[in-house]
Design a protein around this ligand. Structure first.
Ligand code: HEC
Ligand code: HEC
Ligand code: HEC
Ligand code: HEC
Ligand code: HEC
Ligand code: HEC
Ligand code: HEC
Ligand code: HEC
Ligand code: HEC
Ligand code: HEC
Length: 325
């Protein structure tokens, strides 16, 4: 019917194929027990003789055969598990001959994935990394790897659509562990994540990165200004905390304050600026330079420093040193 159908004997279980298959695991054998010496003859292999066809004698569950609707299940994908000469199901689940021929309690377990898996996560991950080192170049030592998070905690490989790779459903996957981020995203001022227009991976590299907090770029500001280019600077008149780190004032995951601010101006500004003299007296405009005067109405209504210091991100105006124009 289509090239995803498993019924065709995808694999010629000849020694040549067997050799090619072993090379999949490179120097870090995952399924291949103890870097197993190549079997003398395929008949003695710990791998099943008919590959996926063996497995599919028993495993016809929808939850399994969904894999043939994914990139992994494509026989035309030479480097993929079902490509020519590859180990098919056993590329991920390990040698399965004994499993396929076992009965009841004597059916050995294979490499397992998911929450209840018996297989240690580091071993699961090595199996994937055998083919995916390039995609996860910064995996080793990142916060996920260090905290025993498995590839399969995020990726669902037997489903036609992997929820973590879909912008509309990814947030749910991430917040299943990062619960405070779920409540942040529900706050009135937020990035359009729950609207399905952005995802955690718009800013983060979940496989690890060279930046802080697994951000995609080398700094918070570089990450933010990939989209908010107008605040990139340099400005003639910089506002030091802006040039330093957008997160000095903003909470990128969501806030109850407008513009995702950590706290509302004037309090935000007064975290750093003197309460004594201007601008502390700014609550009463009479204390302001110029006596407030015509500013009075607007200032009392909005009560915010940004009514006057509107260029809080920096100014390019020749006389913008006070960030007012
Ligand atoms: C003769 C039937 C049969 C064949 C053939 C078979 N399995 Fe299984 N498999 C089972 C049964 C039964 C279970 C246990 C299901 C349970 O406990 O819920 C199982 C469980 C599994 C599991 C779940 C984890 C585990 O280790 O228990 C995986 C993964 C699996 N099989 C993969 C394979 C693969 C890959 C092949 C082909 C190499 C294969 N199976 C061939 C019957 C079979
Ligand atoms: C690219 C790696 C990969 C390949 C190839 C693969 N699987 Fe899996 N398998 C997984 C992962 C990861 C899971 C955990 C569930 C998920 O991600 O959807 C899993 C889960 C399973 C389960 C357990 C389902 C459950 O209910 O817990 C069975 C059974 C299974 N696979 C059988 C197979 C069979 C049969 C094949 C070949 C047709 C196969 N797998 C090919 C990675 C793979
Ligand atoms: C035998 C090698 C091999 C193994 C083992 C393997 N993959 Fe893959 N994987 C591939 C190839 C090849 C692709 C397709 C890349 C492409 O088409 O761009 C792929 C694609 C993917 C994709 C993207 C799917 C898509 O639709 O583009 C994800 C996610 C993925 N693999 C995760 C995993 C995880 C997690 C594991 C371990 C459970 C794993 N892979 C094991 C070879 C492998
Ligand atoms: C914390 C969740 C998470 C974990 C853990 C994770 N991934 Fe991913 N992975 C993602 C997301 C999200 C994407 C999509 C990235 C994007 O769209 O920018 C992705 C994409 C991929 C892709 C598609 C190609 C690419 O690079 O975009 C592959 C292949 C892949 N992951 C493999 C792996 C492997 C192998 C592991 C384990 C070593 C792993 N992933 C662990 C979340 C995760
Ligand atoms: C299975 C649980 C789990 C899932 C799913 C998960 N994470 Fe994590 N994540 C963790 C753990 C555990 C840590 C380390 C402890 C911590 O910082 O909370 C972590 C840390 C992080 C960090 C902090 C990195 C650092 O260097 O401080 C970021 C950012 C992150 N995860 C983003 C994501 C994103 C984005 C996703 C979804 C694509 C995701 N996580 C999915 C468990 C998970
Ligand atoms: C708009 C960009 C952006 C988006 C989208 C985003 N983050 Fe972050 N995230 C950041 C920045 C910036 C930091 C560093 C915060 C800091 O320095 O105060 C961070 C830090 C983190 C941390 C580690 C530090 C901490 O505060 O706990 C985790 C975990 C995290 N984010 C998870 C997530 C998850 C899960 C999602 C999706 C629901 C997500 N982030 C979406 C920008 C973003
Ligand atoms: C992938 C692109 C992207 C990245 C990266 C990004 N943003 Fe945004 N940002 C958006 C979009 C889209 C909106 C919504 C704009 C709209 O609704 O008009 C937005 C809105 C905002 C808003 C206004 C929110 C409001 O309620 O008015 C602030 C503040 C903001 N972003 C700050 C940041 C900060 C700080 C970072 C870095 C940590 C960042 N953004 C990274 C795309 C991005
Ligand atoms: C000193 C505190 C501070 C820092 C640091 C800061 N901002 Fe802001 N930002 C604000 C304030 C205050 C507002 C609300 C503007 C207003 O009320 O006129 C705002 C608003 C925004 C908005 C929404 C603008 C709109 O039109 O709705 C975006 C986007 C934004 N900031 C991005 C950034 C980026 C990107 C960075 C880092 C380069 C950054 N901010 C650093 C204080 C700051
Ligand atoms: C994280 C600390 C911090 C926050 C929050 C902050 N600022 Fe600043 N601001 C500074 C620093 C540091 C300077 C540089 C001071 C200097 O050069 O003497 C500065 C400079 C200024 C200047 C120019 C002063 C001059 O003499 O040229 C103005 C105006 C200003 N800030 C207004 C604001 C306003 C309005 C807010 C609130 C929206 C705010 N700041 C929030 C740290 C902060
Ligand atoms: C009514 C307009 C107005 C409001 C509201 C206002 N400022 Fe100012 N601010 C000014 C003017 C005008 C100056 C320039 C004074 C000068 O050049 O001597 C100034 C100067 C400053 C300076 C530089 C101080 C210095 O010694 O040069 C800082 C810092 C500052 N304002 C912070 C704030 C903060 C924080 C708020 C809110 C609490 C605020 N301003 C509210 C008009 C205002």
């Amino acid at each position: 019917m289509c090239d995803h159908q498993p019924t065709a004997r995808l694999r010629d279980w000849a020694l040549a194929a067997c050799l090619a298959a072993f090379s999949v695991f490179g120097s870090t054998p995952a399924g291949a027990a103890e870097g197993a010496a190549l079997p003398a003859a395929p008949a003695h292999s710990a791998y099943s003789k008919a590959g996926a066809d063996t497995c599919l004698d028993c495993h016809t569950e929808d939850a399994v055969i969904g894999i043939f609707k994914t990139a992994h299940g494509r026989p035309s994908n030479d480097a993929g598990p079902f490509g020519h000469g590859q180990l098919q199901c056993e590329a991920c689940h390990g040698p399965g001959d004994a499993h396929a021929n076992g009965k009841g309690k004597n059916r050995p377990h294979l490499i397992q994935y998911g929450k209840k898996a018996l297989t240690p996560k580091a071993e699961q991950n090595e199996t994937c990394l055998a083919c995916h080192r390039k995609n996860a170049a910064h995996w080793a030592g990142n916060a996920h790897a260090n905290n025993d998070v498995a590839c399969s905690d995020c990726h669902k490989l037997h489903q036609p659509k992997d929820p973590v790779r879909d912008v509309a459903t990814q947030t749910e996957v991430c917040t299943s562990c990062h619960q405070t981020r779920a409540s942040d995203a529900m706050k009135p001022s937020h990035h359009p994540m729950r609207e399905g227009k952005m995802a955690c991976s718009s800013c983060h590299a979940p496989h690890g990165s060279t930046g802080p907090s697994m951000l995609k770029k080398d700094s918070v500001n570089e990450t933010c200004t990939t989209c908010h280019a107008e605040y990139r600077g340099p400005f003639l008149w910089e506002h030091q905390p802006v040039a330093e780190d957008c997160a000095n004032c903003h909470q990128p995951h969501g806030s109850t304050q407008p513009a995702m601010l950590k706290t509302r101006a004037p309090f935000l500004c007064q975290e750093c600026h003197e309460v004594q003299g201007h601008p502390a007296v700014s609550y009463t405009p009479d204390g302001l330079p110029g006596g407030g005067g015509t500013q009075r109405g607007a200032f009392l209504l909005a009560g915010s420093c940004t009514n006057c210091h509107s260029k809080v991100h920096g100014s390019n105006h020749p006389s913008g040193s006070k960030l007012m124009r």
